[in-house]
Ligand binder design. Structure first.
Ligand SMILES: Nc1ncnc2c1ncn2[C@@H]1O[C@H](COP(=O)(O)OP(=O)(O)O)[C@@H](O)[C@H]1O
Ligand SMILES: [Mg+2]
Length: 256
């Protein structure tokens, strides 16, 4: 059974059809890339999977169970974690503080424990710190752990988001343009990081415009254009597909 199954999913915003009967699956342990020009519906799909938006029609299944049954605030507890295309960090807080937030989402007592010094809370807090630092080191940001996020370049902030998503120990990780704002060296380091996540058994759905990253890491690629799935397959197949080339290079789109 697929870890993620998207079945006949449609999302409408007024007159805009952001997703039009999209179906695809992601098996456990795979890295699947979701590509397509700007406005294709990629972020909307992430928002449906993580219960931010309700679909107009269709279903999303995680391990065979409909995500619609998961209360939105419990998505992380069900093994889903994501990063955001436009960042969702607390800009005045440090890297470490931002990543600890990801851990607090996981622990049931959460913020309460950090404000009231209950017995055991100090110990839990230092364990949370350690888990956060481990992930910060994993994404290569150990040297800036105590710096406020606002002082860091966009590409570095994207790595903070990755660390925060990882601290919840997700089964399925959704990455929305993780290489945006990164130079070639940084994006190749990210490729290596994603490869290590894959070998640790995390399943990844990757939205990304960086072709080298997509081609270098994905087992399969699904292509959306104007809310419709127009192609899927091995990276090399998809790259040669005339419909995909047209979607990216056609004059009706601003090139992303
Ligand atoms: N909250 C929203 N309200 C209205 N329209 C939206 C909303 N979110 C996305 N859209 C529209 O849905 C379409 C798909 O957007 P999006 O999922 O962000 O595309 P992508 O991530 O592939 O660039 C676009 O036409 C966009 O304007
Ligand atoms: Mg998007």
């Amino acid at each position: 059974m697929a870890l993620l199954e998207v079945r006949e999913l449609s999302v409408r915003f007024g007159g805009v059809v952001a997703l039009d009967r999209v179906s695809f699956t992601v098996d456990a342990g795979e890295v699947v890339a979701l590509i397509g020009p700007n406005g294709a519906g990629k972020t909307t799909l992430f928002n449906v999977i993580t219960r931010v938006y309700r679909p107009s029609a269709g279903t999303v299944l995680i391990d065979g169970d409909p995500v619609a049954r998961i209360p939105p605030h419990e998505v992380v507890r069900h093994g889903l974690a994501r990063t955001f295309q436009n960042l969702a960090l607390f800009r005045s807080m440090t890297v470490l503080e931002n990543v600890i937030v990801g851990d607090h989402i996981r622990t049931p007592s959460g913020w309460l424990q950090s404000t009231i010094p209950l017995p055991g809370a100090v110990k839990a807090e230092s364990a949370a710190r350690q888990r956060a630092m481990a992930m910060i080191d994993f994404v290569g940001l150990g040297a800036v752990a105590t710096r406020p996020v606002a002082a860091l370049p966009f590409g570095t902030q994207k790595r903070v988001e990755l660390a925060r998503a990882l601290v919840s120990k997700p089964r399925l990780l959704l990455l929305d343009e993780p290489a945006a704002g990164m130079n070639m060296t940084e994006s190749m380091t990210l490729l290596d990081t994603i490869a290590r996540l894959k070998s640790s058994g995390i399943t990844i759905l990757l939205v990304e415009h960086n072709v080298r990253l997509v081609m270098g890491i994905s087992d399969r690629v699904t292509v959306l254009d104007f809310g419709k799935k127009i192609a899927e397959g091995a990276p090399s197949e998809v790259q040669r597909n005339p419909l995909v080339i047209e979607a990216y290079l056609g004059r009706r789109h601003q090139h992303a």
